[in-house]
Ligand binder design. Structure first.
Ligand code: SF4
Ligand code: FES
Length: 270
């Protein structure tokens, strides 16, 4: 072997060694077996009961993954709602280890318990197992008129190509509240909804603020009449649980206080 050949052979060895050294080892997922304690609802008997299931999950998998494994491999009768599996559709809300959370964003590994307790959302009527009836929740949402209102109805319903420019500051007046995915976690966590089933609740009130704070909207007077009532903002005692559980950082408690401020100061008249 010539000295040139020896040198290129060495270079190859070094190059191979470099690849071996710089390539990070693939992290192996951490597998654990969890006990899922699920509170189920039987619509025929109109009663709740508990079932336990053992599920193996990695540290990357979610409570929703666990429920799907149970449904596919152990008990096809288990019912729950989900769609996007990425925290966008708001369908998979349930009470996990005592706190309202999105099942698709909650990892058992992060909860740090071997037993994972899963219950349907409170403050909602049950349909079956973990699937809750959102009819009442959406009726309240619709009742605050969550859309842009213009005083001129022709402008609102016929001139659909009209453009309403908005500055960044005007956008920031309501943007935080526009991130609501209608998951119902805030509504489930609210002690006042529990005490008064007619209370509009944090989600609908936050949306009343979101649309009224929009510079393109002229419906604040209408909405303020709706929320200025016993079942509106004045039922809120500011426990703040709604804002704590919101997966989108919407802060409904702040929105309710801002609505109260408008009502007391008479500032929002448009
Ligand atoms: S305000 Fe937050 S918790 Fe309440 S419905 Fe909207 S996204 Fe869900
Ligand atoms: S499945 Fe859509 S938010 Fe969880």
């Amino acid at each position: 072997m010539s000295s040139q050949q020896t040198s290129s052979a060495l270079q190859t060895t070094v190059a191979v060694e470099k690849i071996t050294i710089t390539k990070p080892p693939l992290g192996s997922p951490i597998r654990r077996t969890y006990t899922f304690r699920v509170k189920r609802y039987d619509p025929e008997k109109r009663s709740y009961y508990w079932r336990e299931y053992k599920v193996e999950l990695t540290n990357h998998e979610t409570v929703l993954d666990g429920l799907l494994k149970i449904k596919w491999n152990q008990d096809a009768t288990l019912s729950f709602r989900y769609s996007c599996r990425m925290g966008i559709c708001g369908s998979c809300g349930m009470i996990i280890n005592g706190v309202p959370r999105l099942a698709c964003e909650t990892k058992p590994y992060d909860l740090g318990t071997e037993v994972i307790t899963v219950e349907p959302l409170s403050n909602f009527e049950p349909i079956k197992d973990l699937a809750a009836d959102f009819s009442n929740f959406f009726e309240k949402h619709i009742s605050v008129k969550p859309w842009l209102i213009r005083k001129d109805e022709t402008e609102q319903f016929e001139k659909l190509d009209t453009y309403y420019p908005q500055t960044e500051d005007q956008l920031s007046d309501y943007l935080e509240f526009a991130y609501c995915i209608k998951c119902g976690l805030c509504y489930s966590a609210c002690p006042m909804v529990f005490l008064n089933k007619d209370y509009l609740g944090p989600q609908a009130l936050a949306q009343a603020y979101r649309w009224s704070a929009d510079s393109r909207d002229e419906g604040a007077v209408l909405r303020l009449k709706i929320v200025d009532s016993e079942n509106g903002v004045w039922s809120c005692h500011y426990s703040g649980t709604c804002s704590k559980v919101c997966p989108k950082d919407v802060d409904p408690a702040l929105a309710i206080n801002l609505l109260k401020n408008w009502l007391l100061s008479g500032k929002r008249r448009r």
